[in-house]
Design a protein around this ligand. Structure first.
Ligand code: NAD
Length: 284
């Protein structure tokens, strides 16, 4: 049985990740400042802004573990505007550096973490270079939150260069949704500008968790980055028509049919075998 430390396991995405990993036979240790709502996994309170606590938490904790096989790193201030810009940047970069460096110190070579769609240029006040947006697009952070996510990816690239045996997978999640969030989706319909900021994308927390599980099992080495969104948008209107209406000057460079996502998930499908299972359309 593999033991996985999940940072931020008490949070919105973390709860789904803990459930998914436990259901698939992993032993999970949840490292978080806040206690979980349910005891699906062993919990230890850790402030990940403190390197000493972080390195200990990934090395050994009495009555919890004597070493873990992998780390799923989700803990962060999870968006812009929730704290001041500098606090968001300093906190999130410190947490990620501490987790990545502690994993290195503890000899853990399987690291999966939450990057973000925001570094793709959200809120897209400057239109994207083409549609769908894919991993080949240049990162274009527009907030200190997104800038910190780009710093995480930069640190990960260098850590992988330092250690060719290390695998680090950054999942650029779209906007995370739980089933209770779907009741408000029909209200997005009236105004295409309401959700243009992320090309009408979303990720069901359970599908996000599926991506995490598949990333943990992925056998490659080095850094890989994936966009993780659902297969459809939040809208009932045709995606191609929406894109043409709101981003009239942007070229649509791939076949897009029906309500297909405009945040490309082809790479995740191809390399991870990721396939979203939970569309809001079947649940609202
Ligand atoms: N929510 C979204 O729409 C979204 C989209 C893309 C990426 N992400 C990323 O996914 C991850 C999870 O987001 P979420 O929506 O579940 O957020 P969340 O706030 O629900 O969960 C984050 C967890 O991190 C913990 N945490 C924060 N600071 C900590 C610290 N110093 N030490 C230990 N734990 C700490 C919090 O207690 C919380 O339980 C984050 O990295 C976020 O940036 C979220």
């Amino acid at each position: 049985m593999q033991t996985v430390a999940v940072t931020g396991g008490s949070g919105k995405l973390g709860r789904a990740v803990v459930d998914e990993l436990v259901e698939h036979g992993y032993r999970v240790i949840n490292l978080d400042l806040a206690p979980p709502r349910h005891d699906r996994a062993a919990f230890t309170r850790v402030d990940l802004t403190d390197y000493g606590q972080t390195v200990e938490a990934l090395t050994a904790i009495d009555d919890r573990h004597g070493g873990v096989d992998a780390v799923v790193h989700l803990a962060a201030i999870p968006g812009p505007g929730m704290a001041t810009n500098a606090t968001t940047f300093h906190t999130n970069v410190a947490i990620s550096y501490n987790v990545f460096a502690s994993a290195r110190a503890a000899g853990i070579r399987n690291v999966v973490w939450a990057s973000s769609e925001t570094l793709l240029g959200l809120p897209l006040d400057t239109p994207p270079q083409s549609i769908p947006i894919h991993e080949g697009h240049q990162p274009r952070p527009e907030t200190s939150y997104a800038l910190a996510k780009l710093v995480d990816e930069t640190i990960a690239a260098q850590f992988c260069r330092w250690d060719p045996e290390l695998k680090m997978i950054g999942l650029r999640f779209s906007n995370v949704m739980e089933p209770g969030d779907y009741a408000r989706f029909p209200s997005f319909e009236q105004d295409p500008m309401l959700r243009k900021w992320n090309l009408w994308g979303y990720i069901d927390a359970r599908d996000g968790a599926q991506a995490v599980r598949r990333a943990l099992a992925y056998e490659g080495k080095g850094l890989e980055i994936f966009i993780i969104a659902n297969a459809d948008t939040v809208m009932s209107r045709d995606s191609r028509q929406l894109a043409a209406q709101v981003f009239a000057d942007v070229e649509i460079t791939a076949e897009v049919t029906g309500t297909q996502t405009l945040l490309a998930i082809d790479k995740a499908r191809r390399l991870l075998g990721y396939e979203p299972q939970h569309s809001w359309r079947e649940q609202s």
